[in-house]
Design a protein around this ligand. Structure first.
Ligand code: FMN
Length: 399
C-alpha cells in the first residue's frame, strides 16, 4: 500500500469542519431534537446576521515574519485556558447525546478550556463537578424567585464552580417555529410522524430510554421518570421564566455571588456599561442566545465594537454566536473580545461522536486558528487588535 493513501475498515472518516459535523449530526438526530439544537427564532434574520457579520471583515496578511508557532493561550473568566474558546451553556444537551454535559465538560478540560454549565443541564451541578478535574463555570437563569436563585447559587459555590454567568435575554421564550412545527414546543406534542422519525434512530432512542437524561434535571421532580419527568421539568422551567427580572435582581445576585460574575445576553452598549459600572460585574458576554430569542436583534459580531469601545477596558468582553471557524475567533478577538464561546458546534460534535466529537470541534478550531495566525504573521492572540482587520471591499489605496 503506498503511504499516500490508506484504507480503514469499519470506521468512517471523521468530519473535518464544524459544518461537516453539522451535516452528520443532522442525520443522527430526530427532527424534534434537530429543530431544538439547530433552530432559531422567527424568520432567522439574526441567525443569518450572526454568520454574515463575519463576512464584513478581512484579515491583514503580513509576509516573511518567521512566525511558525503562534500562542493561543489566554485567560477566560479568571482561568488560564489553552485557547480563547470555551463551551457556551446549552440546556438539555442530554438530548444530543445521553452523557451531554459531562462529555462536554470533559472534552473542554482535556483541550485545556472550560464548559459553562447551563441551569437547564441534563446532569446536575454536582454530577458534572464530580466527573471532571477542573472547576467549570455555571450559567444561571435568574428567574424572579430569589429563593430558587439563592439555592442554585449555594449549590454552585459548594460544588466549586468558579464563575457565574447570569443570562438576561430570556424574559420570555423566543418563538422558535421549527420547534413548534416538530412538536418540540411546549406542550411537547407526539404524533405518529415524529415518533416514527425518532424510531428510525434506534441507537438514539435506546440511549435516551436507558439513561433518562432528556430532562432539565435542575428542575426535575423527585420520583418522576421518562417523558413525564421531562414535561414536568420543562413546565417548571417555564413557570420560573425571568419576565419580571430587573436591575435590582442582578444587583442582588452580584452581592450574593462572591466570585467573578458575567452578564450573558447583552447587545447594547448602555446596558454593558451599567453591568460593569453600576452592578460591578467582571464582564459581559455579547450574545443573542444563538439567535433563539429576539429576531432582528443585532448579530453579535456587529454589536461587539460599540460595546468594547464603551467598556474601554473597565471589564472583560466575550462574544458568542455564529463562531464556526478559527478565522471567526480571530475577527472577534481583533474587534476586542477577550475570548469566545461556541454552542451548537459542540452539540454537533456530541451528536456525532460523544465526548470525542466535542473535543474534535475544539481541535478543528484550534488548528484553524494556528494556521490562520501563521498565514497572517501574528505571533499571539493577545496581539490581535483592529489593526489586523480590513473592512471587506476596501480598496488598497484607502487603507
Ligand atoms: C440547544 C441550545 C440550548 C441553549 N441553552 C442555553 C441555556 O440553557 N442557557 C443560556 O444562557 N444559553 C443557552 N443557549 C445559548 C448559548 O449559550 C449560546 O449563546 C449560543 O448557542 C451561541 O451561538 P452558537 O450556537 O451559534 O455558537 C442555548 C443554545 C442552544 C443552541
Amino acid at each position: 500500500m503506498p503511504d499516500f493513501a490508506r484504507f480503514t475498515l469499519g470506521s468512517r472518516v471523521a468530519p473535518i469542519s464544524v459544518e461537516g459535523y453539522r451535516r452528520q449530526a443532522r442525520k443522527r438526530l430526530p427532527d424534534m431534537v434537530w429543530s431544538y439544537v439547530d433552530g432559531a427564532a422567527d424568520g432567522q434574520v439574526t441567525l443569518n446576521d450572526n454568520r454574515t457579520g463575519f463576512l464584513k471583515w478581512r484579515l491583514r496578511q503580513r509576509s516573511l515574519t518567521g512566525i511558525s508557532k503562534p500562542v493561543l493561550a489566554t485567560r477566560i473568566a479568571g482561568q488560564d485556558v489553552s485557547l480563547p474558546i470555551a463551551f457556551a451553556p446549552t440546556g438539555l444537551s442530554g438530548l444530543t447525546r445521553w452523557n451531554g454535559d459531562v462529555a462536554a465538560a470533559r472534552a473542554a478540560e482535556s483541550a485545556g478550556t472550560r464548559l459553562c454549565l447551563s441551569t437547564g443541564s441534563s446532569w446536575t451541578l454536582e454530577e458534572v463537578a464530580g466527573a471532571t478535574q477542573q472547576d467549570h463555570w455555571f450559567q444561571l437563569y435568574p428567574f424572579g424567585n430569589r429563593k430558587k436563585v439563592g439555592e442554585l447559587i449555594t449549590r454552585a459555590e459548594d460544588a466549586g464552580y468558579k464563575a457565574l454567568f447570569v443570562t438576561v435575554d430570556v424574559p420570555v421564550r423566543g418563538n422558535r417555529e421549527g420547534e413548534r412545527e416538530t412538536g418540540m414546543g411546549l406542550p411537547l406534542t407526539f404524533t405518529p410522524s415524529n415518533i416514527f422519525d425518532a424510531a428510525r434512530r434506534p441507537r438514539w432512542v435506546w440511549e435516551l430510554l436507558r439513561h433518562q437524561r432528556a430532562v432539565a434535571i435542575q428542575y426535575a421532580q423527585a420520583g418522576a421518570a421518562g417523558v413525564r419527568a421531562a414535561v414536568i421539568a420543562a413546565n417548571e422551567q417555564d413557570r420560573y421564566m425571568q419576565g419580571d427580572l430587573h436591575w435590582d435582581d442582578l444587583a442582588w445576585m452580584r452581592q450574593r455571588w462572591k466570585g467573578p460574575l458575567y452578564v450573558k445576553g447583552v447587545l447594547d452598549a448602555d446596558d454593558a456599561a451599567r453591568c460593569i459600572d453600576e452592578i460591578g460585574a467582571e464582564g459581559v458576554v455579547v450574545s443573542n442566545h444563538g439567535a433563539r430569542q429576539l429576531d432582528h436583534a443585532l448579530g453579535t459580531i456587529d454589536a461587539l465594537p460599540a460595546i468594547v469601545d464603551r467598556i474601554a477596558g473597565r471589564g472583560e468582553v466575550y462574544l458568542d454566536g455564529g463562531i464556526r471557524r478559527g478565522t471567526d475567533v480571530i475577527i472577534a478577538l481583533a474587534l476586542g473580545a477577550k475570548g469566545v464561546f461556541v454552542g451548537r458546534p459542540y452539540l454537533y460534535g456530541l451528536a456525532v461522536d460523544g465526548e470525542q466529537g466535542a473535543r474534535n470541534i475544539l481541535n478543528i478550531l484550534r488548528e484553524d486558528m494556528v494556521r490562520a495566525l501563521i498565514l497572517m504573521g501574528c505571533p499571539d492572540v493577545m496581539a490581535l487588535d483592529r489593526s489586523w482587520l480590513i473592512p471587506a471591499g476596501t480598496p488598497a489605496a484607502a487603507r
